[in-house]
Design a protein around this ligand. Structure first.
Ligand code: GLU
Length: 300
């Protein structure tokens, strides 16, 4: 096991490991507090062939590279032995199976919010699944399939916080979010009067919230609920979402064939129950109730 820096973090790691072991690890059931241990099984398609430059490149390489997050409990989370798990990871695995790639041929790459467009457009990843809001600005640089889930920006505060009750109570408060994210752009608007801190990882913002450097962290409620569950008794989500964040799978803007195939894959796994099972074993565990995404998904 890789050594962690602080005693508090080490305690969490030990607790997670103990629970995962008790549940038998990767047995198809959710194992612990971070949504670790769930791995649905998805049938790998055979003889996949269509006119997508991304697919051809991946087939030639014998692997598919998927950009994901590593520090978002229940969504995209990398454990101490290097395994990725969470709802977005399951979405990524469903798509890879439909594109004909076995588990061993999937390479997850951690890509933070501020470098997503670069990683996609420079073909460092074949597609990206990581709480990635679809919007017109980003559509100028990347293509999207989805939305497969809709979150909303909210606030994470310390459990004993009394003053911060919603986005209207942030005047003069120190609020942390991450570079390149939509909630950061929102919270920087003068109407909120917040003092913003920009970092590159949500886990660093959460660290600053826990040690008292900042008063709140803002990003999608789905992400914040994961941290509140992970640090139960210490942190809480305010629960007043103030934006809409529709999540899409990001890919090369010009690969329209791939976009159609990934849209097919999402619709198929929503219809056959894989999506719901994965949701309930991962994100559903942090307190975001299941809601079926609207289908058919947009095609353009
Ligand atoms: N969904 C928001 C975004 O795409 C925030 C979460 C994130 O940074 O991934 O910017």
């Amino acid at each position: 096991m890789r050594m962690r820096k602080t005693a508090a973090a080490a305690t969490v790691v030990l607790a997670l490991t103990a629970t995962a072991t008790a549940c038998g690890g990767k047995s198809g059931t959710a194992g612990d507090n971070a949504g670790e241990g769930y791995e649905g099984s998805y049938k790998v398609a055979k003889n996949v062939s269509f006119d997508s430059p991304t697919l051809k490149r991946a087939q030639k390489a014998g692997k598919i590279v998927v950009g994901v997050k590593a520090d978002q409990p229940f969504l995209g989370y990398q454990d101490t032995s290097g395994n990725y798990s969470g709802f977005d990871i399951e979405i990524a695995r469903m798509i890879a199976a439909d594109l004909g790639f076995s588990e061993k041929q999937i390479k997850f790459d951690t890509v933070d919010s501020n470098v997503r467009e670069t990683a996609i457009s420079h073909h460092q990843v074949d597609y990206y699944v990581g709480t990635y809001t679809m919007n017109d600005e980003r559509k100028k640089q990347v293509g999207f399939a989805g939305p497969y889930y809709t979150a909303g920006a909210d606030l994470l505060v310390r459990k004993d916080e009394k003053d911060i009750t919603g986005p209207g109570s942030l005047k003069g408060k120190k609020v942390c979010s991450i570079t390149g994210s939509t909630p950061l752009a929102e919270i920087k608007k003068p109407q909120y009067g917040a003092e913003t801190t920009e970092l590159s990882k949500y886990s660093d913002c959460v660290k600053q919230l826990r040690d008292g450097t900042v008063d709140a962290v803002t990003t999608d409620d789905a992400i914040l609920k994961g941290y509140a569950a992970k640090y139960q008794g210490q942190l809480k989500v305010v629960g007043k979402p103030f934006t809409k964040e529709p999540y899409g799978v990001g890919m090369d803007k010009d690969d329209k064939v791939l976009r159609g195939k990934i849209t097919d894959a999402l619709e198929k796994h929503i219809a056959n129950g894989d999506y719901k099972a994965a949701y309930q074993a991962t994100l559903g565990k942090s307190g975001s109730p299941y809601k079926a995404p609207k289908t058919p998904l947009p095609r353009y």
